[in-house]
Design a protein around this ligand. Structure first.
Ligand SMILES: *Cc1c(COP(=O)(O)O)cnc(C)c1O
Length: 227
C-alpha cells in the first residue's frame, strides 16, 4: 500500500529528527549526514510525494527500476539517485546515463566498467566502495582484504570520483549488534580513505550508524512503509 503525501512527509520529518538527535548526541553536525530515501519497490508517486515534501536524494536497488523511475520523474528538479543494489558490469552504461551515485562498487572489474562508461559519456561518476565487513558468504561487497585493490582501481579512473565506503552489516535481531560492523567500516575508512564518506545505517539502526560516523544513511521502510 502506497502511503499518502501526508504520511511520507511526516515520516521524513521523523527520520530527519532521528538523525538530528543522534548527531547531536555524538557531537556531530546533523548537516554532515545525507539521508538517502530508499524508494525501491515503491511507485514513482512515492518519490513525487517525498520530493513535494522537499526531499531530493533517493536510493534504488535494481537497474531497470532505477532507469524507469528516472525517466518517469524527469520533470522533477534536483532529483538525485544513489544506486545501492548489486550491479552487473553490463548494466554500467545505464547507471551512468542516469548519473546515479554508485554506492556498490565491489571489484576492480566493476570499477573499470563504470570508469570506462563514464569517460565515454564525458561524465564523472561519484562512487563508494562496498565492503562486506561482516565477512558473510553470499553477501555483496568486497572483503576487507580486497578493499585496497578496489579503491586503487577506482582511483585509477579519471571518470570516477571516490566518495567513501559503504556497508550492509549482517542482519541481527538486536540493532545494537551492528555497532562493531559500523565501527569497523569507520576504521577501514580512516586507514584507506581518510576524510571520505561512510554510507551505513538503515531504518532500524540509523542512530547507531550516525553515532559511528555515517555521512549517508539509507532509509526505506521508515519513510515509505513496508515493501
Ligand atoms: C533496502 C535497502 C535499504 C533500506 O532498508 P530499510 O530497512 O527499508 O530502511 C538500505 N540499504 C540497502 C543496501 C538496501 O538494499
Amino acid at each position: 500500500m502506497a502511503l499518502s503525501f501526508i504520511e511520507v512527509a511526516a515520516n521524513l520529518a521523523t527520520v530527519r529528527e532521528r538523525i538530528e538527535q543522534a548527531a547531536t548526541r555524538a557531537g556531530r553536525d546533523p548537516l554532515e549526514v545525507t539521508l538517502v530515501a530508499v524508494s525501491k519497490m515503491h511507485p514513482p508517486e512515492a518519490i513525487r510525494a517525498a520530493h513535494a515534501a522537499g526531499h531530493r536524494v533517493f536510493g534504488e536497488n535494481y537497474v531497470q527500476e532505477l532507469v524507469d523511475k528516472a525517466d518517469a520523474l524527469s520533470d522533477l528538479d534536483g532529483l538525485k539517485f544513489h544506486f545501492i543494489g548489486h550491479l552487473q558490469r553490463n548494466k554500467a552504461k545505464q547507471v551512468v546515463r542516469v548519473g546515479a551515485v554508485v554506492e556498490t562498487v565491489s571489484s576492480p572489474r566493476l570499477a573499470t566498467a563504470l570508469g570506462t562508461r563514464a569517460a565515454a559519456a564525458g561524465q564523472t561518476l561519484d562512487v563508494y566502495v562496498q565492503v562486506n565487513v561482516g565477512g558473510e558468504v553470499q553477501k555483496s561487497g568486497c572483503t576487507v582484504g580486497d578493499a585496497p585493490a578496489v579503491l586503487d582501481a577506482v582511483r585509477e579512473h579519471e571518470g570516477l570520483i571516490l566518495r567513501g565506503l559503504m556497508t550492509v552489516p549482517p542482519a541481527t535481531d538486536d540493532p545494537a549488534e551492528v555497532r562493531p560492523f559500523f565501527a569497523r567500516l569507520r576504521e577501514l575508512r580512516d586507514e584507506l580513505a581518510p576524510g571520505l564518506g561512510l554510507s551505513m545505517g538503515m531504518s532500524r539502526d540509523l542512530e547507531i550508524a550516525v553515532e559511528e560516523g555515517a555521512t549517508i544513511v539509507r532509509v526505506g521502510t521508515a519513510i515509505f512503509g513496508s515493501r
